[in-house]
Design a binder for this molecule. Structure first.
Ligand code: FE2
Length: 387
């Protein structure tokens, strides 16, 4: 090899190394735990870094018409050094649109009190429009939302179902469990469903996630809440958008905790009991009682099966919900569409969505219209709740 060729190859190799080592935003950002006053913005980088978000009011002026106050990724007062970044933004106004920009500054060294920083990765607010979001607003008269469930890593089908979602036409999207089959690692979350929805809408439309039983399985399942933070720091929580109060519950697993499939890692009976106590308090709150509509979101239906999970949900949650004026419960899990009318077990209707359809829901002051659609958008079933 002559010296010229050697130097060309060396230059090429070093350039590659430099590109490969540059800090980059690898997944996200996406919006979690949206409320009237705040939102949590989540993303990952290929390097450990400290992160922050800058917020600007909506508008066509430059993002940097003035300096923007940063919101940092912190835990207990410490700035977090990690490759997963979750920044809580607070102090916002209800029903208001904001622009945002995310930043991660690489941490090259961290010894004692000496920190060595590297480059910064950020979203582009110059050549592209900054990302935006709109906070929730309980006074909004009409809302629209979509729900998917039991996607089981079929990211292409998910993209087909949600291809039209954008901030201008959708308030929020519900993920009602089993978005993947096993939580083996971080890659599964992004390859299985999150990268697709970030490309489509999740940078600007909030996702509210009800964990399915499949998200409880796999070595990475304990990390699941880190990627999908909630306002309660639990996987059961409540939120309000327009006339609808949503309660999101976590049904846990479907078989007894001792089942060999769970390898002694399940403790869902005790977990459902803890959740039962929380639910009892929630349905007594003014926020819940004053809502025009009350929608419960849970992956496993509490009826229709003699399996232990279903029966435990029926025993623990239904006595509370049956006397809480629930308008409808939205479920998945069975991979079969079913509409269960109120009966002697449940005082409210239960809509079980299929694994190959999604819900397209429109709510106004007079009615809630729930359309069950196939991935092409063809209407398969329709349920209307009148007020
Ligand atoms: Fe399931």
């Amino acid at each position: 090899m002559n010296i010229k060729l050697f130097l060309t190859n060396l230059f090429f190799f070093l350039s590659l190394l430099l590109v490969a080592q540059k800090i980059q935003i690898t997944h996200g950002p996406y919006l979690q735990a949206m409320t009237e006053e705040g939102v949590t913005i989540v993303w990952t980088t290929n390097k450990e870094s400290v992160s922050w978000v800058e917020i600007a009011p909506d508008g066509n002026d430059s993002f940097y018409a003035q300096e923007r106050t940063p919101f940092y990724d912190t835990k207990h007062g410490n700035r977090v050094i990690d490759s997963l970044h979750t920044v809580r933004v607070e102090g916002l106004q209800p029903g208001t649109t904001y622009r945002y920009r995310i930043f991660s500054k690489e941490v090259l060294g961290n010894q004692g009190h000496r920190i060595m920083y590297g480059n910064i990765a950020s979203t582009d607010v110059y050549r592209k429009k900054p990302f935006s979001f709109t906070t929730l607003n309980k006074n909004k008269s009409d809302i629209t939302f979509k729900m998917v469930n039991d996607i089981h890593n079929r990211a292409d089908m998910l993209s087909n179902m949600l291809r039209d979602v954008k901030r201008e036409n959708t308030d929020l999207v519900l993920f009602n469990g089993d978005m993947v089959s096993t939580m083996t690692n971080e890659k599964v979350i992004f390859d299985g469903f999150m990268d697709s929805v970030v490309t489509l809408f999740a940078t600007e439309v909030p996702i509210f996630y009800a964990r399915g039983n499949h998200e409880t399985r796999g070595a990475f399942s304990v990390k699941f809440p880190d990627y999908f933070p909630t306002t309660t720091n639990n996987l059961y929580y409540t939120f309000r958008q327009g006339p609808v109060q949503f309660i999101v519950l976590d049904g846990g697993e479907d078989k007894p905790d001792s089942d060999i499939e769970y390898s002694e890692l399940s403790q869902f009976d005790a977990y459902r009991t803890k959740q039962q106590a929380w639910l009892k308090d929630i349905v007594e709150t003014a926020e819940y009682k004053e809502a025009l509509y009350r929608v419960v979101v849970i992956h496993i239906p509490p009826v229709g099966s003699t399996w232990h999970g279903t029966q435990d949900l029926q025993r623990k949650f239904l006595p509370i919900l049956n006397s809480a004026d629930v308008d409808i419960m939205l479920c998945g899990h069975t991979h079969n569409y079913e509409y269960i009318k109120p009966n002697n077990i449940t005082s409210f209707p239960i809509l079980i969505n299929d694994n190959e359809t999604y819900l397209d829901v429109k709510v106004n002051q007079k009615e809630m219209e729930l359309l069950v659609k196939d991935p092409k958008g063809t209407e398969m079933h329709k349920v209307v709740i009148q007020k």
